[in-house]
Design a protein around this ligand. Structure first.
Ligand SMILES: Nc1ncnc2c1ncn2[C@@H]1O[C@H](COP(=O)(O)OP(=O)(O)OP(=O)(O)O)[C@@H](O)[C@H]1O
Ligand SMILES: [Mg+2]
Length: 253
C-alpha cells in the first residue's frame, strides 16, 4: 500500500527554483533512499512533506488524504516525523530530557492544569517518561538516560534525536543525513538501527550521502538532481543508471 504520495511538487525561494515538479510515492514498510548532489532539493522536499514549508504548487497525500500545506505539528500528530540535517541537541540537558523535548506534540493537558499540578498532568508526565525510556531502549541508550547530552559521542547524539522523533510513535520517519559526520563503526550501527526500526513497522525515508549505507539498507532509491527526479528504483538499477552516474555517483562510488 502507498502511505504517502507526492505529486508535482514545485518550490521556489524568491529566485531559486529548488524543486521543479517532483512526484513519487512511499510504500508502507519500505526504506526509501533519497540521494543527489548538494543543493539538489532533498531537504526542501522533506521540509514540505513534514509541513515546515508550503509548496509553490503540487500536492502531498498521506494515507489518501490531501495534506498539502498542513503545519508540521499537524503532520507530526498524523504520524509523519523527521530529524534535521543539523543535529538539534540541548547539550546541558540529560539524554532523557532531550527525548522528552519531543513529547509535547502528544500532550493534551493545557496550561491551567499544569499550573495547579492536576493529577492529569502528573499522569501525562509519567507517560512521557515511560515512552522516552522505551524509545531510548530501542536506540540502545537507556542506560545513559541520566547523562548530560554533551557527554555522549556524536553517534549516540544522533540516536538521541532519532529517539525524540520516535517518541510520537510515527508511521513515517524521515531522516536527513543520519550518518553525516559519523565514523565507519557508527555508520554501521546506524544502518542496523534503521533496519530495526523498519522491522518494527516504521516506513523510513533516508537522505544520505554515504552510498555504502544507502545501497545496504534501502529498498528503493529516489535520485534528485537540480530539483527534478532523475531516477527511482532498486539500488542495483539506480547504481547502473547512466544519468545517475553522470549526475552524482560518478564522484561518490
Ligand atoms: N529557506 C531557503 N531559502 C532560500 N533558498 C533555499 C532555502 N532552502 C533551500 N534553499 C535552496 O534550495 C536549493 C535546494 O536546497 P536543499 O537544502 O533542499 O538541498 P539538499 O539536496 O538538501 O542539499 P545538501 O545535500 O547540501 O543538504 C538550494 O539551492 C538551496 O540554496
Ligand atoms: Mg540537505
Amino acid at each position: 500500500m502507498e502511505l504517502l504520495e507526492v505529486r508535482g511538487l514545485v518550490k521556489h525561494f524568491n529566485g531559486v527554483r529548488a524543486l521543479k515538479g517532483i512526484s513519487f510515492s512511499l510504500r508502507e514498510g519500505e526504506i526509501l533512499g533519497m540521494i543527489g548532489p548538494n543543493g539538489a532539493g532533498k531537504t526542501t522536499l522533506v521540509n514540505i512533506v513534514s509541513g515546515i514549508y508550503r509548496p509553490t504548487s503540487g500536492d502531498v497525500f498521506f494515507q489518501g488524504e490531501r495534506v498539502t500545506g498542513k503545519p508540521s505539528h499537524a503532520m507530526a500528530r498524523m504520524g509523519v516525523a523527521r530529524t534535521f540535517q543539523h543535529i538539534q541537541i540541548f547539550p546541558e540537558m540529560t539524554v532523557l530530557e532531550n527525548v522528552m523535548a519531543g513529547y509535547h506534540i502528544r500532550g493534551s493537558s493545557g496550561v491551567i492544569p499544569c499550573l495547579f499540578h492536576f493529577p492529569s498532568v502528573r499522569r501525562e508526565e509519567e507517560g512521557a517518561v515511560k515512552r522516552a525510556l522505551e524509545v531510548l531502549d530501542l536506540v540502545g541508550l537507556r542506560d545513559k538516560a541520566k547523562w548530560p547530552a554533551f557527554a555522549l559521542p556524536y553517534g549516540d547524539q544522533k540516536k538521541v534525536v532519532i529517539a525524540r522523533a520516535l517518541s510520537g510513535n510515527p508511521k513515517i520517519l524521515m531522516l536527513d543525513e543520519p550518518a553525516g559526520g559519523l565514523n565507519e563503526m557508527e555508520t554501521q550501527e546506524m544502518g542496523e538501527l534503521l533496519e530495526e526500526l523498519r522491522r518494527l513497522g516504521i516506513t523510513l525515508v533516508l537522505i544520505e550521502h554515504d552510498m555504502t549505507l544507502v545501497m545496504d539498507v534501502c529498498h528503493r532509491i529516489l535520485v534528485i538532481h537540480h530539483g527534478r527526479r532523475i531516477a527511482l528504483g532498486d539500488p542495483q538499477g539506480v547504481r547502473r543508471d547512466p544519468q545517475v552516474i553522470h549526475a552524482y555517483l560518478g564522484e561518490n562510488v
